[in-house]
Write a protein that binds this ligand. Structure first.
Ligand SMILES: C[S@@+](CC[C@H](N)C(=O)[O-])C[C@H]1O[C@@H](n2cnc3c(N)ncnc32)[C@H](O)[C@@H]1O
Length: 288
């Protein structure tokens, strides 16, 4: 079978189940044939797939037909300046999380010798982006999941950033440190249980539950604990940067304010929900 025939036939298979059928087919075929990009496929439309390539390609189309996300099929996801390796049991980095990095880059000077803490590092996407943008930065990244720690380690090695990040397999609720950071950043699990139950089947089937569910009430447990327990690990003038869930803004802002923080940047989605925020430590909190 030739490349153009493989594209046309598998498009017909995927289009009833995927809104991105054409892109899916092209990405999977480029991956199987080791093409640099999708354009490369169209420049070689008459190339024949050998039986092994065809067999592999049809298997991947079948996986996609069962709604497995493309990133989980090819074990890769583009984020910031990187093509990250992605392990099966680790959350696929989302575009909103790149916006969170953008908010940070607006507020902290690129040349600062910035020290950060990344809570729930997953694939390592946030830490790698920070290390990439802030040339002189270094950080600590924690995650309770072993797969996440291994995945982050793999990506640090791939992009030669190992020396600047300390990685710890740790539950944030048991995390203690004497370090003072300039930035504590997190995209923690933030869905309430009832919202998780209503997610698309493909997300529930292929994304780790522990990366998504915040708690069974309003999903804000991680923010409360992080703000209260770790505020003293931020320097005065330092920042909390959070990705947050729908309808959580008012509650989180209240917790931030009573703990000595002021919100300085927000990113809102088209539906007016705040998805990312940056809050500055304006007071050292002392027990009354
Ligand atoms: C929404 S994912 C974010 C992953 C990555 N930072 C990103 O933005 O794509 C949340 C991460 O928090 C981790 N996590 C869940 N509970 C945790 C806990 N108690 N302590 C530390 N990390 C936790 C999960 O394993 C998961 O990797």
């Amino acid at each position: 079978m030739k490349i153009n025939e493989a594209i046309n036939q598998s498009y017909k298979v995927l289009s009833p189940v995927s809104k991105t059928a054409k892109l899916d087919v092209e990405v999977l075929l480029a991956y199987i044939l080791n093409k640099k990009n999708r354009l490369d496929l169209y420049l070689n439309q008459q190339q024949e797939l050998n039986p092994k390539e065809l067999d592999k390609f049809l298997n991947l189309i079948n996986e996609r037909h069962q709604l497995k996300p493309i990133s989980k099929i090819i074990n890769q996801k583009s984020f910031w300046n990187f093509d990250l390796d992605l392990s099966y049991n680790v959350l696929i980095p989302r575009p909103e999380t790149e916006v969170l990095i953008d908010l940070v880059t607006k507020k902290i000077s690129q040349n600062k010798k910035m020290k950060f803490l990344d809570i729930g590092c997953g694939s390592g996407c946030i830490s790698l982006a920070l290390l990439d943008y802030f040339y002189f930065s270094s950080g600590v990244a924690i995650d309770v999941s072993k797969e996440a720690i291994l995945n982050t380690r793999l990506n640090l090695k791939k992009f030669n950033l190992k020396e600047r990040l300390k990685l710890l397999r740790q539950d944030v609720f048991k995390f203690h440190s004497t370090n003072k950071f300039d930035l504590i950043i997190s995209n923690p699990p933030y869905l309430k249980l009832s919202d998780y139950i209503n997610l698309d089947k493909s997300i529930k089937q292929y994304e780790p539950k522990e990366a998504l569910i915040g708690d069974s009430s309003d999903g804000t447990m991680f923010y409360k604990k992080i703000i209260v327990n770790l505020k003293n690990n931020l320097k005065l003038g330092g920042y909390f940067a959070f990705e947050i869930g729908d309808n959580q803004m008012i509650k989180i802002e209240k917790i931030l304010n009573i703990n000595g923080f002021r919100i300085e940047e927000k990113f809102k989605l088209i539906n007016n929900q705040t998805r990312c925020l940056l809050a500055k430590k304006i007071k050292n909190y002392t027990l009354q």
